[in-house]
Design a protein around this ligand. Structure first.
Ligand SMILES: Cc1ncc(COP(=O)(O)O)c(C=O)c1O
Length: 448
């Protein structure tokens, strides 16, 4: 039998390219995507798949949106590029700043643009260090973040990322990065007598005191952790805010996944009425149609940029404020507003979370089902009562992912946890099909 076109193209690709998370076996069993339509991807053999991760959580508006294509083409014709270095800007960048100032958090009105999440993390860390030097506390330079958190893989972002698998091949890490246990409600061992709502947040206070508050610049966390869909207890971020205020530590929300509607709020800390000092975004700001990220700064932080005689901020990217990326972002935000997609994500999210519980909670190897809005995860375990994991060599999670793919649904996972992050424009039938197909795949790999 002749080889499929998909397989032939993968071999060609493999000869010359190194991929993100490069792994030959994974790659050669993959897909060459040639087209996207709405919430579906089509591979080189013409097979259609539901994209249950909307790309890498980013294609929130689905594939083939004419408004975004037209915005990019128009801007490329008008002004394809302009430096964003001081002394130069462009109309789309300043308009995007105005729109974001209206809709991010009420205390955030200044923005710096990057090309993605990792650059945004570096920008957050450097802005926090810059801020403390500017206000006269140069000894505050450390960043505290959550174990299990993901903030990207540029060198500083990799050091903030709390997934140890990302470290060993690139050690030594930079000094000044500290990790604390996260708020995984399923596994966090709440100390006897402690309040389960705030016990994990108190880890931050312990870490700040152990390091010395005079050395800690920043705490950074995802409001809902993308890798694993861990949703904090309701009081978690309120307690984090209190601790950061008490010890003069800036609090940054990494909203690269949660920003622009995915959790059913435009920005996710809004679920708990908390505002950060810094917020970082990427992915959904352009629905993944073009690379754009950035950070927003609270008025308190931004004030240091306006000090009389302030030194030049020696931080910059060639593509900061790229006019085409900003034009696409403006068009994407307009679609989110016009189509009411934040409220829609809340409704679809309820359907997804309930659907998963209904279809999978009774399975003896489903340990935990969690998420908020259109971020969800299903964790498979060997023994439900003891929460013990499967032997990694059995590759239960990867088997479920490949069975899902065979059944026409693509998504991602880590270990034996399967992630879901459908587009905000999904219809009910697509959400239901993702749920029933996942239940089918789990039961095929782990018969009851
Ligand atoms: C929360 C979070 N922060 C940062 C990043 C890094 O973004 P990028 O891959 O654009 O560098 C990601 C990417 O998945 C992310 O999910």
């Amino acid at each position: 039998m002749s080889q499929s076109l998909n397989a032939e193209l993968l071999e060609r690709d493999h000869r010359h390219l190194v991929h993100s998370l490069h792994n030959e076996a994974v790659h050669l069993a993959g897909n060459v995507w040639v087209r996207g339509e709405g919430t579906e991807l089509i591979d080189a053999d013409g097979k259609r798949y539901i994209d249950a991760m909307s790309g890498l959580w980013n294609v929130t508006l689905g594939y083939g949106r004419r408004e975004l294509v037209d915005a990019a083409a128009k801007q490329m014709g008008e002004l394809a590029y302009a430096s964003g270095y001081a002394g130069s800007t462009n109309l789309r960048a300043l308009e995007l700043g105005e729109v974001l100032a209206e809709c991010v958090y009420p205390n955030i009105h200044r923005f710096f643009f990057t090309s993605g999440g990792g650059e945004s993390t570096d920008s957050t860390i450097k802005t926090a260090r810059y801020y403390w030097k500017a206000v006269g506390w140069p000894g505050k330079f450390k960043t505290i973040s959550l174990l299990g958190g993901y903030h990207g893989v540029t060198l500083a972002a990799m050091c903030a990322t709390g997934l140890p698998a990302y470290w060993p091949a690139f050690e030594p890490r930079m000094p000044g990065f500290v990790h604390i246990p996260n708020h995984d409600i399923y596994r966090y061992p709440v100390p006897p007598g402690a309040d389960p709502d705030t016990a994990a947040a108190d880890e931050l206070e312990r870490a700040i005191l152990a390091e010395g508050p005079e050395t800690v610049a920043l705490f950074i966390a995802e409001p809902v952790m993308g890798g694993g869909a861990y949703v904090p207890p309701a009081a978690y971020f309120r307690r984090i805010r209190e601790i950061c205020d008490k010890y003069d530590v800036l609090f940054a929300a990494d909203e690269v996944i949660t920003g622009f509607g995915r959790t059913g709020r435009l920005f996710a800390l809004d679920h708990w009425g908390v505002t950060p000092d810094l917020v970082q975004f990427a992915k959904g700001i352009t629905s993944g149609y073009i690379a754009l990220g950035g950070i927003g700064m609270s008025d308190k932080v931004a004030a240091v940029f306006d000090r009389p005689g302030a030194d030049t901020w020696m931080h910059c990217y060639t593509y900061s404020g790229h006019p085409v990326a900003c034009a696409v972002a403006l068009a994407a935000i307009e679609v989110v507003r016009r189509e009411g997609l934040v409220a829609r994500a809340a409704v679809l999210g309820e359907r997804l979370q309930h659907g998963l519980r209904h279809a999978l909670a009774g399975h003896p190897h489903v340990g935990d089902i969690r998420g908020l809005g259109l971020i969800a995860a299903v964790e498979l375990v060997q023994d439900r009562s003891r929460k013990t994991s499967f032997d990694a060599a059995r590759k239960i999670g990867p088997q479920v992912l490949s069975e899902l793919r065979r059944l026409g649904v693509v998504t991602r996972g880590r270990g034996d946890t399967v992630y879901l992050g459908p587009a905000l424009v999904s219809d009910e039938a697509t959400i239901d099909r993702i749920v029933t197909t996942l239940a089918q795949a789990v039961t095929t790999v782990l018969p009851q």
